[in-house]
Design a binder for this molecule. Structure first.
Ligand SMILES: Nc1ncnc2c1ncn2[C@@H]1O[C@H](COP(=O)(O)OP(=O)(O)OP(=O)(O)O)[C@@H](O)[C@H]1O
Ligand SMILES: O=P(O)(O)OC[C@H]1O[C@H](OP(=O)(O)OP(=O)(O)O)[C@H](O)[C@@H]1O
Ligand SMILES: O=C(O)c1cccnc1
Ligand SMILES: [Mg+2]
Length: 560
């Protein structure tokens, strides 16, 4: 199957919205019970009742106090194209018991999302537990069918975006972050999703070529150990010529130029004695790669010995390139003590800059890879290092530190009647009613609190004191005088009508939103150790209503 091409261009300026990136995302990509419930609703004549569901999560991932919302675009692409094929209807018919009446399948044949409304927080926004990320309203049977695909599309997307954002936070703004996870991701969809959402979360580029093509994400890469170890000697290089960068002349024997630079380095005052004979097969590999890519030469230097072979060999090739007007890119370290080796490599580069008067050589880029994650990057920062870039795969894309976000989809209203789901565990009690959600900002520009209100309550006003209550803990409440009020839920789908609907932004714009949002977060919410929880609240009126409904629905126990 071939994924549909979405391209990096602005979506949704026209009336047609492409289907989901993954063609496996069809109306059948749902749990069986959604169909059995849909049948039971239909049988009871209840299927068209207007229902409102909230999609939200209960706890921030990775021990943190923030989450980045992602996956919205794919949800909208899904519902914009929601329609059963005849083949799919036949399959459902075979799957459900034979007693299911034909009329139900006629009903399925006729449905699409033209009667559904989706309000959502913009993709790339920093979000918090309990606040609806999406509010979906429509005929109850249909919206139930959407539950599983929506939760699926938001769960991993938000988790891996948050993971990427956390890696960006610990690495710092100035570092280049490369997503290298394709080979280790959970299958092709995991990999494509990881590349897309890590980019949103603040990564700079991916090694995943298919993702580069699908989404316009910048592609970056180095080379592998296999390339280095595939060379046996310099004799393997047949065409040794390299034209000067300005085209003025050609160096006929680039290999000899490299060798002469290697011996100059070896015998230079500042580097004498640091290394002896370097590995010549590695030198052959580097030389060969430089001949292929003289303008962007980058070498993996840890195949044999970083400081005794890889780095000196790299410098010899880089200096030969410099003679011909080319600037080498840098090195990649993929094993050993990355802090120590990066410092040693940097010293080596700086010595070369000084000794041979090559301006900028000391600033050669150093990339690290090898099972990196938040913790290792944090440890490297504490030790001090000279790394400029990180290539991160396994821990990032598999979300090794936390497997899932725990997104849920709960009924909050049907036929204008608010509904509640009770639980022994208070954190699992749902917040009823079709709601509006606002983010209130304080004097210093930081957001202070998110507040949910009933749909028909007047919105919070700038400069007006409003009581924000913890939804379940009576004693937790605060007055807030907002300096700015931002309504969080916006209309992204209003049936088939294009009017007054938010456009789906380009990937770059979602990424920019995410980066800006994270920069505006109060630092204590962001710190890795014991971050301060962000306050999520309800209005006094909604608080009273939740507790009224709670008492109404909870049976009174009897002690005997
Ligand atoms: N200075 C450092 N501080 C903390 N962690 C580091 C540092 N340098 C490297 N690491 C991490 O330590 C781990 C080292 O991996 P491992 O023990 O497999 O050795 P290796 O360097 O891969 O050796 P080899 O490839 O020779 O087996 C990696 O996860 C790497 O990211
Ligand atoms: O370590 P990750 O964060 O997953 O990043 C990607 C890894 O994939 C590559 O090698 P691979 O792991 O395939 O082989 P290697 O372990 O022998 O280097 C690369 O050299 C990195 O080490
Ligand atoms: O380009 C690289 O260096 C790369 C790509 C994928 C995995 N490991 C490394
Ligand atoms: Mg590895």
């Amino acid at each position: 199957m071939k994924a549909k091409e979405n391209g990096p261009t602005e979506q949704n300026t026209s009336r047609v919205i492409d289907g989901p990136t993954n063609p496996m995302v069809t109306p059948l990509l749902t749990d069986l019970y959604q169909f059995t419930m849909a049948y039971a609703y239909w049988k009871a004549g209840k299927h068209q009742e207007r229902a409102v569901f909230d999609l939200y999560f209960r706890k921030n991932p990775f021990g943190g106090e923030f989450t980045v919302f992602a996956g919205l675009e794919e949800c909208i692409k899904f519902i914009a194209n929601f329609k059963f094929t005849e083949e799919e209807i036949k399959f459902i018919q075979q799957t459900l018991p034979p007693s299911c009446e034909d009329g139900f399948f006629d009903y399925l044949r006729g449905i699409d999302c033209s009667d559904v409304e989706v309000y959502a927080i913009p993709e790339g926004t920093v979000v918090f537990p309990k606040v609806p990320l999406l509010r979906i309203e429509g005929p109850v049977a249909l919206v139930q069918l959407l539950e599983t695909p929506f939760v699926n599309l938001v769960n991993y997307a938000s988790l891996v975006t948050t993971n990427a954002a956390r890696h960006r936070f610990v690495a710092g703004k100035s570092k280049l972050l490369l997503e290298f996870g394709l080979r280790r991701a959970q299958g092709p969809d995991g990999a494509i999703g990881a590349s897309k959402y890590c980019y949103i979360g603040g990564f700079d580029a991916t090694s995943n070529v298919a993702a580069g093509r699908l989404f316009g994400i910048p592609l970056r890469g180095t080379h592998s150990h296999a390339f280095v170890s595939s060379y046996m000697s310099l004799d393997e290089i047949i065409d040794k010529s390299l034209r000067k960068r300005d085209g003025s002349s050609t160096c006929e024997d680039f290999v000899s130029l490299v060798q002469s630079w290697l011996s100059k380095i070896q015998w230079s005052n500042s580097l004498r004695g640091i290394f002896g004979e370097t590995n010549q097969s590695e030198l052959a590999a580097f030389t060969s790669y430089a001949l292929a890519f003289p303008d962007s030469f980058l070498a993996l230097v840890d195949t044999y010995d970083v400081m005794r072979s890889g780095v000196p060999n790299f410098c010899a090739v880089a200096l030969a390139l410099e003679d011909l007007g080319y600037k080498a890119n840098g090195i990649r370290l993929d094993s050993g003590d990355l802090a120590y080796l990066s410092c040693e490599a940097r010293k080596f580069f700086c010595s070369i800059e000084k000794e041979f008067k090559v301006p900028g050589f000391g600033k050669m880029s150093i990339t690290a890879s090898n099972d990196l994650n938040e913790e290792t990057i944090d440890a490297l920062n504490k030790q001090g290092h000279e790394l400029d870039a990180y290539g991160i795969g396994t821990y990032l894309v598999t979300c090794y530190a936390q497997a899932a976000l725990g997104v849920v989809f709960k009924l909050v209203e049907i036929n204008n009647q608010p509904r509640i789901k009770l639980s022994e565990d208070v954190s699992k009690v749902s917040i009823p009613c079709k709601k509006r959600c606002y983010r209130l900002y304080g004097k210093e520009g930081y957001s202070l609190v998110d507040i949910m209100t009933g749909e028909n309550e007047p919105p919070p006003k700038v400069g007006e004191r409003i009581l924000c209550r913890h939804p379940f803990q009576e004693s937790k409440r605060a007055y807030v005088v907002p300096q700015r009020v931002e309504e969080l839920l916006r209309c992204y789908w209003r049936g088939s009508s294009d009017k007054e609907r938010e456009p789906l932004p380009a990937l770059k714009d979602i990424r920019e939103r995410c980066i800006k949002q994270l920069e505006q977060m109060r630092p204590d919410h962001m710190r890795r150790l014991n971050p301060t929880p962000y306050k999520v609240s309800v209005s006094a009126k909604l608080y009273d209503f939740i507790h009224f409904l709670w008492l109404n629905e909870a049976p009174v126990g009897e002690l005997q």
